[in-house]
Each structure stands twice: as structure tokens, then as C-alpha cells.
Design a protein around this ligand. Structure first.
Ligand SMILES: C[S@@+](CC[C@H](N)C(=O)[O-])C[C@H]1O[C@@H](n2cnc3c(N)ncnc32)[C@H](O)[C@@H]1O
Length: 312
């Protein structure tokens, strides 16, 4: 009995994701800060009234909005996270997941061939989505790092610059290193800060500068092979001052590669999107640090992530 209900949940799980993606794409939640009928929302969005009523009723059932008579309105969960412009807005990461949906649809072939399926791409929602996720935890992650005496940092693969902004706010001069198309977006978030510099390139092949007291590498390793990550760590070590620190943040996965579920699912995402990426265990990352000459390695768990730090 228990098994079949688990199975039913898995079979139908896609429906709620799809409803949320469509509501987010149509910007439904932006119109529901005040009670409105399906007819009014359909007129504003140029949508079909019958279709919109069915979608809205499903959103009510999913606990994302409420209904009073024929009027629909956001609940706190939707006004806080799904309405544009809110500080903890999650709409970009939802758009990013909608792109992932398309690529995951090719999973049969990815598993047969071992090759990724990246046909769908939306770089902007990917990078802005990283900000949606990181803005919720940047303060607590940076609080974890002992920043005493640190003057300069490099944020490798810094994406939108959420962690760069947090480090810069603590008086550190930060260089955000990323690809040019990402830097263009990062400048929108962090370009106004006097102690933030931007460096464009591919960190596997281009120079990353030197003289840093801290190298922060968040959610980068899972896109690459163990060999590429080892090469990056060796390169980063050379860029650090004596006594400098490397701090890594990744999704946590046990040595068995199956727990927790979030880590195992994220590994599939990297299978779909990269040639050689997956989730890495703490043991694997620790071995790259040891091979690069970092001997004292500290490990901390922070919710779904692991934070690994080591000093030169
Ligand atoms: C998953 S995002 C993480 C962003 C940010 N560090 C965070 O944790 O919110 C990975 C970032 O690494 C960048 N990146 C990946 N490979 C890169 C490479 N070879 N050179 C430069 N940047 C790279 C991507 O453009 C992206 O911004």
C-alpha cells in the first residue's frame, strides 16, 4: 500500500511543477497582490478564461494562492517568493527549472549515450536564478568563514555576484571571475560597489590573477570532471598569498552517492547538462585539496550544502 502511493506520487509529480512553471511564465502571481477574478486576470494576460480558471483552481489546491468566492489572491508564500521585485523572489530559478525540464526530457538518450542534452538554454534565467537561491543563504555562508585579516578575495565562477556582494560588504576587495556573458549580468547586481572588480575568462585556461587572501569557489566543481577540478585547485593555490584560504561550497552527497535525495537528483541534472560533471563527496574534494598541498582541511555542513576550507 505504502509502495504504491510512493509510486503514484512519482508518476504524477510532474503536474505540479508544470502548473507552477506556467503560472510563473505567465506572471500570474504579479496580478494577484489584490483579489481578482479569472476573467480579469485572463483579460490582463490575454489568456483563455476557462483555461485560466482551471489553472488558478489548481494553484489554490496546491496551496500557492487562495480563493474567496470567484476571487483569487496570493498567499504569503506567493507574495513573498513569486511576485517580481520581492527581495527573496524565486521566479528566475523557476524559469531556469523550466529550461531544465526541456533538457531532462532527453534523459533516455542521455543515459544511452552518456552525452548531455543542452538543446534548451536560457543563460539569463540560469544566472539570475543563482541569485534567487544564493540571496537566501549568502549571509550565513559567509558568516561561516573566518575573515579576520583578509583583505582580498577572488570569487571563482561568482555568477551573479551574490557572495561577492556579501564579502565586499565586510570590507574585502573582491574580484569576481566568470565568463563574459555572466559578468554582464553580475555588473547589474554588483557593479555599483567600489571594492568589486570583474575579471572575464575561462578559469580552466585563462589567468586568474594572484595576491588573494581568500579564494571562494561556490557550486562550480559539479560541472567538471575530477581531473579538471584538481587542476583548478592547483591553479587557485598559486593565486593565494601565504596563509591564504580556499573555501569551497558544494551540494552535499554521501560517499554512497545516493543520499540525500537532493544530491542524487542534482547529479542527474549535471549528467543531463555536462560532459563530465556530477555531485562529489567530501572525501573526493578533500583528496583534491590534499593532492594540491592543502593539509589542514575543515568540513562544515550548512543545510543542503557542505563548506570545505583549507589554508596554504
Ligand atoms: C552554478 S553557478 C554558481 C554561481 C555562484 N558561485 C553561486 O554559488 O551562486 C556556476 C558559475 O560558474 C561559472 N563558470 C562555469 N565554468 C566556468 C569557467 N570555465 N570559467 C569561468 N566561469 C565559469 C558560470 O558562468 C556560473 O556563473
Amino acid at each position: 500500500m505504502e509502495d504504491i502511493s510512493t509510486l503514484k506520487g512519482l508518476i504524477g509529480g510532474f503536474r505540479q511543477s508544470r502548473i507552477l512553471f506556467t503560472a510563473n511564465n505567465l506572471r500570474v502571481f504579479d496580478f494577484l497582490n489584490k483579489p481578482k477574478s479569472a476573467k480579469v486576470i485572463s483579460a490582463k494576460l490575454g489568456a483563455d478564461v476557462r483555461a485560466m480558471s482551471i489553472l488558478l483552481d489548481a494553484l489554490v489546491s496546491m496551496g500557492l494562492i487562495k480563493k474567496n468566492g470567484s476571487l483569487y489572491e496570493n498567499l504569503p508564500i506567493s507574495s513573498e517568493y513569486l511576485q517580481s521585485g520581492r527581495p527573496e523572489y524565486q521566479g528566475d530559478i523557476i524559469s531556469h527549472y523550466d529550461t531544465l525540464w526541456n533538457n531532462w526530457s532527453g534523459l533516455d538518450n542521455v543515459v544511452k549515450t552518456g552525452s548531455p542534452n543542452r538543446a534548451a538554454a536560457n543563460h539569463e534565467s540560469f544566472i539570475r536564478g543563482m541569485h534567487n537561491l544564493s540571496v537566501m543563504k549568502a549571509k550565513s555562508v559567509i558568516d561561516f568563514i573566518d575573515l579576520s585579516g583578509m583583505k582580498t578575495a577572488i570569487d571563482i565562477g561568482g555568477g551573479p555576484g551574490t557572495y561577492t556582494i556579501e564579502l565586499a560588504g565586510r570590507g574585502i576587495d573582491v574580484t569576481l571571475f566568470d565568463r563574459p556573458d555572466t559578468i554582464a549580468i553580475a555588473k547589474e547586481y554588483a557593479g555599483h560597489l567600489a571594492n568589486v572588480k570583474f575579471m572575464e575568462g575561462d578559469f580552466l585556461v585563462d589567468p586568474i590573477g594572484k595576491g588573494y587572501s581568500l579564494a571562494f569557489i561556490s557550486q562550480v566543481f559539479h560541472s567538471y570532471t575530477p581531473g579538471e577540478n584538481l587542476r583548478l585547485i592547483k591553479k587557485v593555490k598559486k593565486s593565494l598569498n601565504k596563509g591564504g584560504k580556499i573555501v569551497i561550497q558544494e551540494f552535499f552527497i554521501e560517499d554512497n552517492m545516493s543520499e540525500p535525495l537532493e544530491g542524487a537528483l542534482f547529479a542527474v541534472n549535471m549528467l543531463v547538462h555536462t560532459e563530465g560533471g556530477r555531485c562529489y563527496s567530501v572525501k573526493e574534494m578533500q583528496s583534491w585539496l590534499n593532492k594540491s598541498g592543502f593539509t589542514e582541511v575543515a568540513i562544515s555542513r550548512l543545510n543542503e550544502a557542505v563548506i570545505i576550507s583549507a589554508e596554504t
